[in-house]
Ligand binder design. Structure first.
Ligand code: GRF
Length: 203
């Protein structure tokens, strides 16, 4: 485990793939920019690239394959919840986690779970955000960090970053530029969210 200052919030980061946002968050915690300690990187895919980086960097990981649950989302989430309890997790950052969570889980973590979404919410919740923004003729795209509630990508927005859509942009070229902004946005927004959580805890 990397050395973290004695900070209060025990953070789990959920991923499904590459994990570039997760890496940015871990680095921001290490740099002391977020009053949290990443104590668990959890994935619903054993093959998630980000798990390798986490392991190489001494972070505890858990992989729980949702396919083993035959579509029973709550059964999957119960095992996730058990793992979180084992690690005394207090706050969750979803970072490219590609599973829709049921109300059973979102209610448990309301006010203690945030997500990054690659659009200027409330525009374009769900998938294929960049394609939809280009096809709509939008001049701007971007990314948002929001509190996670029952409705997919519907919780209150904490912060956003905007990116201009250029002539000739493809979903891929736009995704690349938005991702650069995600890496700036997420540490800033997670810091805000955790400060808010701590204020509520103390209040
Ligand atoms: C990001 O664009 C995120 O907004 C979206 O999925 C992508 C994950 O990228 N939900 P990474 O795994 O953080 O590199």
């Amino acid at each position: 485990m990397p050395e973290f200052d004695d900070v209060p919030v025990r953070l789990a980061i959920f991923i499904s793939g590459r994990g570039s946002n997760m890496k940015t968050l871990v680095e921001a915690c290490l740099a002391g920019d977020i009053p949290a300690r990443p104590i668990l990187i959890l994935s619903n895919k054993y093959s998630a690239e980000g798990l390798e980086w986490a392991t190489e960097n001494g972070l505890p990981i858990a992989a729980i394959d949702h396919r083993a649950y035959d579509g029973d989302r709550e059964a999957f989430e119960k095992d996730v919840q058990e793992t979180l309890e084992m690690h005394d997790v207090e706050f969750i950052a979803l970072a490219g986690f590609m599973r829709v969570l049921t109300p059973w889980f979102t209610e448990k973590w309301e006010g203690r779970m945030v997500n990054i979404h690659p659009s200027l919410l409330p525009k374009y919740p769900g998938l294929h955000t960049h394609k939809r923004a280009i096809e709509a003729g939008d001049k701007e795209a971007g990314c948002s960090v929001h509190w996670v509630t029952e409705g997919v990508d519907e919780g209150a927005v904490i912060d956003r970053e905007t990116v201009p859509i250029k002539e000739g942009d493809t979903p891929e070229s736009l995704a690349e530029r938005v991702l650069e902004r995600e890496h700036i946005l997420y540490p800033r927004a997670l810091n805000k969210a955790i400060e808010d959580f701590l204020d509520r805890e103390e209040g």
